[in-house]
Ligand binder design. Structure first.
Ligand code: KIV
Ligand code: ZN
Length: 408
C-alpha cells in the first residue's frame, strides 16, 4: 500500500502542475439537520427533518448528518426517523469521544441501510486547555479509545479534530494518525471558527499529505465555518489539495455566521469543471427547490443577493448588462437559472436600464414598435424611472397611454 500511496502522490503532483488531469469524485456531506439546526431560532420538527432528508437525498447528497442523538430525546428520535426513511444516502450521527455518545448513535442509526458515525474531540490548545482541561496525551487516548469502541458497531468511522485549523500541525498529524490506526476511514478537517483562508488551508493539506503516509488510504473531508466569509472558498481550496468530501449546509445556515453553503460549492464545481476536474452526485436541477425548502422550514428568508439561489442571482438592471444579456446571455451569466432549477433570468427596468431592454419589454407586452417612437418613449421612461426604483408593466402602460394621447 506504500507503493500505491506513492503512485497516487506522484499523480497528484502532476495534476497540480497541470501535466495530468485526474477527475476527482467529490462526496457531499450535509449537516443542515445537525450543525444547521444550531442556528439561533431554528428548530425543525421531526416531520420537517424527514422531508428535508428526503429532499437532500433527491438532490444527491452522499452523507446526511441527521443529528446529535445524545443531545436530547427529540434529537435521538429525529435521527431514528431519518435513518428509517432514507434509502440511498448514508446516514450519520454525531458523538463526542465517549461510550455514552457512541451508544446513542448506535441505537439511533440502527434502522439505516447505509450508516457511519462521526466522532469528534477538540485538538487545539485553546480548546484543550480552556474547554476540555486535557493534556495532549489524554486527547490522544480519547481518540484511540472511542474509535476502537465504535469499530465494534460501525464499519465507517469519521473522525474530526475540532478546531483543526488552530491546532499545532505536529499534534494535528498525531491526532489524525491515532484516529486512522484505531480504525477511522474518514478524516474530517473542521475549520470550526472560520479562521483559515484558502491559501493557508491549501498549505495545511499539502502538509498533511506530506506528513501522513496513509493520507491516500482514507477519505479526507472538510467542514468550514463562515465567520470571515470564506467557508465556500476554503472548501474549494481543499478540493484542489486532496479533500474528496465536503461538509456544509443548505443556504449556509449554522452556528454563528453559518457553514459552507453546499449549493454554492455544487454550482462552483459545475461552472468551473475546467478548473476543478471534479464530478459529484448532485442533481443541480433540484437546487432551488432544496434551498427554498430549507428557507421555509428554518424561517430564514434568502437574502436577495444570495449566490445561486437568491432572487437577484439572475436579474440584471443596468443598461449595459441588459443589452449584453439580450445579445448573448453568456455575457453576464456564467450559470443559467434553469440549470439550478431557478426562476428565469429577469431584466427589471430601472433608471439604469437602456433602450434595448425597454424596447424588448414593450414588444413582449404587445406594443407595435418602431425605432422612431423609442426616441419619444425613452426620455419619458427615464424621467419616471428617476422617481421610482423599478418600472413595471403598469408604469409602461401609463407611459404608452400618455404618448398616444399627445399624438391624438
Ligand atoms: O465545526 C465543527 O468543528 C463541528 C464538528 C463537530 C465537526 O461541527
Ligand atoms: Zn461545525
Amino acid at each position: 500500500s506504500k507503493k500505491v500511496s506513492h503512485f497516487v502522490g506522484i499523480l497528484f503532483l502532476f495534476q497540480k502542475k497541470g501535466l495530468f488531469k485526474m477527475i476527482k469524485k467529490i462526496q457531499f456531506f450535509d449537516t443542515t439537520l445537525r450543525d444547521g439546526e444550531q442556528t439561533i431560532g431554528v428548530n425543525f420538527s421531526i416531520e420537517e427533518k424527514i422531508a428535508i432528508a428526503q429532499q437532500l437525498e433527491k438532490w444527491g447528497i452522499d452523507v446526511i448528518e441527521a443529528g446529535f442523538p445524545i443531545a436530547s430525546k427529540g434529537d435521538f428520535q429525529a435521527v431514528q426517523a431519518v435513518a428509517s426513511s432514507i434509502k440511498k444516502a448514508r446516514v450519520t450521527a454525531l458523538a463526542r469521544a465517549n461510550k455514552k455518545d457512541i451508544d446513542a448513535c448506535v441505537q439511533a442509526t440502527a434502522p439505516a441501510i447505509h450508516k457511519q458515525i462521526h466522532i469528534f474531540i477538540a485538538t487545539s490548545p485553546i480548546h484543550r486547555q480552556s474547554k476540555l482541561h486535557m493534556t495532549k496525551k489524554e486527547v490522544l487516548e480519547k481518540i484511540k479509545g472511542s474509535i476502537e469502541y465504535a469499530h465494534h458497531f460501525f464499519e465507517i468511522i469519521e473522525f474530526s479534530p475540532e478546531d483543526a485549523t488552530r491546532t499545532e500541525r505536529t499534534f494535528l498529524v498525531q491526532a489524525i494518525e491515532t484516529a486512522i490506526t484505531a480504525g477511522a476511514s474518514v478524516i474530517n478537517i473542521p475549520d470550526t471558527v472560520g479562521y483559515t483562508n484558502p491559501a493557508e488551508f491549501a498549505d495545511l493539506f499539502t502538509y498533511l499529505r506530506k506528513n501522513i503516509p496513509t493520507f491516500d488510504e482514507v477519505i479526507f473531508s472538510v467542514h468550514c465555518h463562515d465567520d470571515l466569509g470564506m467557508a465556500v472558498a476554503n472548501s474549494l481550496a481543499s478540493i484542489e489539495n486532496g479533500a474528496t468530501r465536503i461538509e456544509g449546509t443548505i443556504n449556509g445556515i449554522g452556528e454563528r455566521a453559518g457553514n459552507a453553503a453546499l449549493e454554492e460549492i455544487a454550482a462552483a464545481l459545475y461552472v468551473r469543471k475546467d478548473y476543478y476536474h471534479a464530478t459529484d452526485n448532485i442533481n443541480l436541477k433540484d437546487t432551488q427547490a432544496t434551498s427554498e425548502m430549507i428557507s421555509r422550514y428554518s424561517k430564514m428568508p434568502l437574502p436577495k443577493n444570495k449566490a445561486v439561489v437568491g432572487n437577484n442571482a439572475f436579474a440584471h438592471e443596468s443598461g449595459i448588462h441588459q443589452d449584453g444579456m439580450l445579445k448573448n446571455p453568456q455575457t453576464y451569466e456564467i450559470l443559467r437559472p434553469e440549470t439550478v432549477g431557478g426562476k428565469s433570468t429577469r431584466l427589471p427596468l430601472g433608471k439604469l436600464s437602456g433602450s434595448h431592454a425597454v424596447m424588448e419589454k414593450l414588444k413582449e407586452m404587445g406594443y407595435p414598435f418602431d425605432h422612431e417612437s423609442m426616441k419619444i418613449i425613452f426620455p419619458i421612461f427615464k424621467e419616471r424611472a428617476d422617481k421610482k426604483a423599478l418600472i413595471d408593466e403598469k408604469d409602461l402602460q401609463v407611459i404608452m397611454q400618455q404618448i398616444s394621447e399627445v399624438k391624438r
